[in-house]
Design a protein around this ligand. Structure first.
Ligand code: GDP
Length: 424
């Protein structure tokens, strides 16, 4: 059984929270793309955890976690994140964490280049999280990145590090006029943070294939949503990797296996971190109210998130990109404080009403078309079955299903593990 859990929107839909819940039925949770540029916040009976690189399954004792080849891994960040979780009582050993030997390593010079370029762009910046993700992926495609497997053979590192330093300094020192990168510091870094990870690095494709053949259930966990996908998202304000469900088996290291199910995580309203077009955006008091109600501040960066009502145009597109068979609708409880709830049902582009998500460049010219529905205006956080939900909340869920032609199976009404309603 192979299931992917993906974001339908701009990220921060609550994927970590849903993986934490749904992973009870799985043996393996696997990250397949991205790096430490995003964060999942998970609250369960063991405490509150922020995960940047580790799959959310790490919080379950009997789940094996995999970092797939589609990821870019900052080995210093991984070491610190694992130690932070260990200090919170979480077990992390080579038995429950396996790292792909083919995954790319995010180096300090990638972080440096990310920052130098964002600073150069200044007012035109892409809104990078400055964690070196785009430069690391760029080097991967230039075939000049270090991969995790190279940490197993430190004797070969120096020769490559010399070549990489020479090449990097054409931009770091030559272009940006920053202090040069040295081969010695590259090797020192790789040895310092690589040595303790050696026992975790393996051919995860082989591991996953064997596990699959043995009947184990595997879940793929995405970081970021469809609209941040490097191909299907709002380029250039996207991540640098494929956040799409169809990429999950490849990014995990098992291109021979097919997904059985795609579960899309969709938020009951919209939020977006950083720059880029965000058509249904609220401003002023409306934005402050929703941001505060939803606690919309980035888990990785603490940045206040931009917010708006549910966007049916973007969400329908996200559902299509993720081929979502089932939807988990999150944060419905946040809308409890509204007498009336707005929904963006269409965009107006150059005087025409459109319902299909346009080519990203046209988004700057799109205006939201809002419609209002009656809210429920009462606390729903203790609802646990459909009949507990007020009829207006049920109506809101049904309307989203209709607008997006989707199948909402789970509704989350709180951040805690058991705060959800199974609808079907
Ligand atoms: P992710 O990156 O998609 O996992 O999302 P984030 O962790 O960045 O953001 C989701 C935030 O909402 C986290 O702080 C969760 O604890 C919280 N959360 C998730 N689902 C719900 C929900 O249904 N209700 C409430 N109130 N909070 C939720």
């Amino acid at each position: 059984m192979l299931t992917s859990i993906c974001g339908i929107n701009w990220g921060d839909e609550g994927k970590g929270r849903m993986v934490d819940l749904l992973s009870r039925d799985y043996d393996i949770v696997c990250r397949y793309q991205g790096g430490n540029n995003a964060g999942h916040t998970v609250i369960n009976e063991r405490g509150k955890f922020v995960l940047n690189l580790l799959p959310s399954g790490i919080l379950r004792e009997n789940v094996v976690n995999v970092l797939g080849l589609g990821m870019v891994i900052d080995i210093r960040h991984l070491t610190e994140e694992a130690n932070r979780l260990r200090a919170q009582g979480i077990k992390i050993t080579p038995e429950n964490l396996k790292i792909s030997d083919r995954a790319t390593i995010t180096m300090p010079y990638h972080v440096l280049l990310d920052c130098l370029e964002e600073d150069r762009l200044a007012g035109k910046k892409f809104g990078s999280t400055r964690r070196g993700i785009a430069p690391a992926y760029a080097d991967r495609y230039m075939k000049k990145a270090f991969r995790m497997g190279e940490l197993l053979d430190p004797d070969r590192m120096y020769e490559k590090a010399k070549d990489i330093a020479e090449w990097k300094n054409l931009t770091v020192a030559g272009g940006y006029r920053h202090a040069a990168v040295t081969a010695e510091e590259i090797v020192e870094y790789l040895k310092t943070y690589g040595e303790p990870l050696k026992d975790y690095i393996c051919d995860v494709g082989q591991y996953l294939n064997e596990a699959h053949a043995a009947g184990k259930k595997i879940m793929f966990e995405a970081q970021l949503g469809a609209l941040r996908d490097v191909d299907f998202g709002i380029l250039p304000y996207t991540s640098s990797s494929s956040t799409i469900a169809a990429y999950a088996p490849i990014g995990a290291g098992v291109p021979n296996l097919r997904l059985d199910k795609s579960i899309g995580i969709m938020k009951a309203y919209s939020s977006c971190v950083g720059e880029g077009p965000f058509t249904a955006e609220y401003f002023g008091e409306k934005a402050v109210k929703l941001r505060e109600l939803g606690g919309e501040y980035g888990a990785a960066t603490g940045r206040p998130r931009r917010v708006g009502p549910f966007d049916a145009v973007a969400s329908r597109y996200g559902i299509r990109c993720q081929a979502a068979d089932e939807i988990a609708l999150t944060k419905l409880d946040i809308l409890s404080g509204y007498e009336e709830i707005e929904i963006c049902t269409a965009y107006e582009l150059d005087g025409k009403v459109i319902r299909e998500f346009p080519y990203p460049d046209a988004l700057d010219r799109c205006k939201p078309v809002f419609e209002k529905v009656k809210g429920w205006n009462c606390d729903i956080s203790s609802c646990r079955k459909p009949s507990d939900l007020p009829k207006e909340a049920l109506g809101y869920i049904a309307l989203l299903e209709e607008l997006c032609a989707c199948n909402i199976v789970y509704v989350s009404v709180g951040a805690e593990r058991d705060a959800f309603v199974k609808m079907k």
